[in-house]
Each structure stands twice: as C-alpha cells, then as structure tokens.
Design a protein around this ligand. Structure first.
Ligand SMILES: [Zn+2]
Length: 256
C-alpha cells in the first residue's frame, strides 16, 4: 500500500518501545493503513505533551509525516483513554494482551477496518467491565480469522463429518476440529463449547451482549483458544504470563 507523504488518521496505540535518548517507536493500528510502526520524537522528555497521548490503550488522532526510514508523528490528539480499565490490573492486563495479539497477528501495512473495529469494541466492553472474557475470546477468534489462521469449527478436518452436540476434539496442530474417533489423543471439546465458538464467530455485537456462557464453557473456550494461539504464535503472548501470575496470586488470609 502506498501511503501519502503526510496524512491524518485515527489509531489505537498497541505498544511502544524506547528509541535513542528521548524518542519512541510506537506501534499503531489504523483502520485504513493497518498496523504502522512510527517514530515519536522527544516523547520521553518529561515536558512532552505528545508522550502522554502515545501510550498503549489510547485511541488517538495522529498526523504522520514521511521521514527517511519511517513515518514520524507530527501531531497527536487523544480521543479515548479507557480510564476505568487502567485502574483495574486484571482488565488492564487482559486489554494489553489483546493489543499484543493484534500486534503479533496482523501484518504491517494491510488495511484493518474489521480488526480495528473489533479491538475498539472489545476495549470499550472491558472499560465498562461487561463480560471481559467473552469479548476477549471473540477478538481472539476474529484476529485469527482475519490473519488467515482461523480454526475449522464445523467439520472434522480428517473425515469431513459435521459435528454437533456430541462434541469432538480440538487440535491446534490439525487446525481445529476433529470428530471423536479421528481426534483420539487430541484435547476433547464439549458440544456446548463448540456451539459457543460458533456463536462467538457469527453473533452480532448486540446478540453477543445478551449471551452468557456457563463458567465451565468459558474455561474450555479459553483453554482451547490459548493452546491454538500458542501454536500459531509459536509461543505464548508475553502478557499472558503476567495474567496467569495475577490469577494465581494466593489470597492473604482474611482477604477476599
Ligand atoms: Zn473425523
């Protein structure tokens, strides 16, 4: 995709890392131009106003100018900052994981209207604390599908039989679903979890907002999608290690 020399775009800040003394490399997700890694000059100085806006989990309006090797941020305005999400370590870590996943699964410079809309929608639901896990699973599936790694969810990949309430097996290595006879040795998946996966893919956002899965199904979905994503990424997302540690911190006696 050929980009204009100077343009304005809305973007979600996915991550940043230090560059030279006071600069940063910032990874942005934009609807029209996809994922872009741009340079933000001087933003690590205490007085930089722009630095405050170019933080992960911020929706911004940026002006980008073509530099010698990459685009440089010429102006930036914060549009949305998800303050309640930032104040809750669990939801914050989950949101950062979703940004990391988008960063790792999406290819730079390919338009990304759909993943952008899905990520923004998920962050807004996380901000409001509504079913964070359900929206996380939906985004995982959408990002996998968009980047060409979507798992097969309807038919056995070995014999082609369509699967229903009896459930089957889910194999990252095979690329998704197997029936029980073909999937011996692979992790079993229950009928309700299978149905939930299809719903997560097909339901509109409004339908999804009305859905509720039992905790056992939620756990199954999380475990299967995690195994699948570890296989696709050839390793676990860095933020997930942190999320696991958070969940396994033992409660101090008397604390609930
Ligand atoms: Zn089969």
């Amino acid at each position: 995709m050929t980009l204009p020399r100077l343009f304005k775009t809305e973007a979600l800040v996915l991550r940043h890392r230090p560059l030279a003394e006071a600069d940063r490399l910032v990874t942005l997700l934009t609807p029209r131009y996809g994922k872009l890694e741009v340079k933000a000059k001087g933003v690590r100085r205490a007085k930089s106003r722009m630095g405050g806006h170019l933080q992960p989990l911020t929706r911004v309006l940026v002006q980008l100018a073509q530099g010698r090797t990459r685009y440089v941020v010429a102006g930036c305005q914060a549009l949305e900052g998800f303050p309640s999400l930032r104040a809750d370590l669990d939801r914050l870590t989950l949101a950062l994981y979703l940004c990391e996943l988008a960063d790792r699964l999406l290819v730079p410079g390919v338009e990304a209207q759909m993943p952008y809309a899905y990520l923004l929608e998920s962050l807004r639901h996380l901000e409001e604390g509504r079913k964070p896990n359900l929206w996380a699973r939906r985004l995982e599936l959408a990002l996998l599908r968009y980047s060409g790694y979507g798992p097969e969810l309807q038919r056995c990949l070995a014999c082609g039989r369509s699967l229903g309430p009896e459930g089957g097996a889910f194999s990252p290595l095979a690329g998704g679903l197997l029936c029980l006879p073909c999937g011996q040795g692979a992790a079993p998946i229950s009928g309700p979890a299978l149905r939930a996966l299809s719903l997560l893919e097909d339901a509109s956002a409004a339908e999804l907002a009305r859905l509720d899965f039992p905790p056992s199904v939620e756990h199954e979905l999380e475990a299967h999608l995690r195994a699948y994503i570890v296989h696709v990424l050839e390793g676990q997302a860095n933020t997930l290690d942190f999320l696991d540690k958070l969940r396994h911190v033992p409660l101090i006696s008397g604390q609930r």
